[in-house]
Design a protein around this ligand. Structure first.
Ligand SMILES: Nc1ccn([C@@H]2O[C@@H]3COP(=O)(O)O[C@H]3[C@H]2O)c(=O)n1
Ligand SMILES: [Zn+2]
Ligand SMILES: [Zn+2]
Length: 245
């Protein structure tokens, strides 16, 4: 049972040296985007891949760096590849993703809801879903923007992918107690962490937790922080990581 994760990009929403923090999670039989932001179509192309090589996407929340590539993904699959990709998304985000994000560009006769474009798999948070023999996923609602739903992702109950979330030391502690052995965390290197965890906050975690954290969703100032992130390495874009063995 092996699950791999390759990041198309590891950058913050405003980063220009690193593409949006979007990944491709894969098993021997399934390949899914984790988020599909503005830069995802180009980043995918630069990796030598095409949309039809993926089975679908898992979506964490509705910011452009996480969903801004879905219009092109949906249209390419519809008109070029003639197949509906799976869309794993929290049940609370199904309607807003269509009404507030995609409808303006995608609606036309015959395309009137998210289900007309994607094979929508609405996920109930805190519930585990089997993707295939090797992989299960569970969404956990985590705080990001006040009064907006946003989710982190637990893979096989052992790998925690924060997506975008504020500093939640108690949650991280609890996850470790429940058997999580690897955490990929978004990280704001400069400025106040109003909607993301800052590096200063993450550096305050006990060494035992820091030692299983890798940093993603960072800004262009990453190079100034090499060697200054405690026990937490940066996730490298394009590197293929084995996240579950
Ligand atoms: N209240 C907010 C809302 C948004 N932002 C910035 O906009 C970005 C949107 O994508 P993100 O990756 O969630 O990061 C957000 C902040 O940089 C912010 O700094 N404060
Ligand atoms: Zn983001
Ligand atoms: Zn966000």
């Amino acid at each position: 049972m092996t699950v791999k994760l390759q990041m198309l990009g590891t950058g913050s929403a405003f980063a220009k040296q690193y593409a949006n923090n979007n990944g491709i999670i894969s098993t021997s039989s399934t390949k899914l985007f984790i988020d599909c932001g503005i830069t995802a179509p180009l980043a995918l192309h630069q990796l030598g891949l095409t949309f039809d090589q993926l089975d679908g996407a898992i979506i964490t929340h509705l910011h452009g760096d996480h969903v801004g590539g879905l219009e092109e993904y949906g249209f390419q699959m519809m008109f070029r590849y003639k197949r509906k990709p799976k869309l794993y998304i929290a049940n609370t985000l199904v309607e807003p993703l269509w009404e507030h994000t995609l409808k303006g560009g995608m609606s036309q006769p015959g395309l009137e809801c998210l289900e007309d474009v994607f094979d929508v798999q609405p996920l109930v948070p805190d519930t585990s879903y089997v993707i295939d023999d090797e992989c299960s996923i569970r969404l956990i609602q985590t705080p990001h923007i006040p009064n907006k739903s946003s989710y982190s992702l637990l893979v096989n109950e052992t790998f925690f992918y924060s997506a975008d979330m504020r500093f939640q030391p108690q949650l991280l502690e609890q996850l470790v107690q429940q058997g999580v052995s690897s955490i990929w965390h978004d990280c704001q290197l400069v400025g106040a962490g109003e909607v993301h965890a800052t590096i200063t906050e993450l550096l305050s975690l006990p060494p035992a937790i820091q030692s299983i954290i890798s940093l993603m969703h960072y800004g262009d100032e990453r190079s100034e922080w090499e060697g200054r992130t405690g026990l937490m390495p940066f996730v490298e874009p394009h590197h293929v990581y084995t996240i579950v063995t």
